[in-house]
Unconditional design. Sequence first.
Length: 85
Amino acid sequence: MAEVHAGLPTNIATGRYEDLVYGKKIDPAQFGIAHPDFIGWDGGLPVKLADGTRLAVAMSGFTGETDCSIIRQAVARVPGMSMAD
């Protein structure tokens, strides 16, 4: 759920979503996301709670690689959280 626009979550990490769109594997129009909204950022990861709730988790102030690592480490340490597929 990394990108959320027009109330439609992609349920895909931001960097992966952009790879899929630019690789013409998914149509961004289904989510209401226009190409000027793309930022080329790896951060923004989908996380799932034990009850099935999905969250879009992101940080600011770090490189995409660093914030993804921090998020993954935090999720691994918090009971009831997992990285969403």
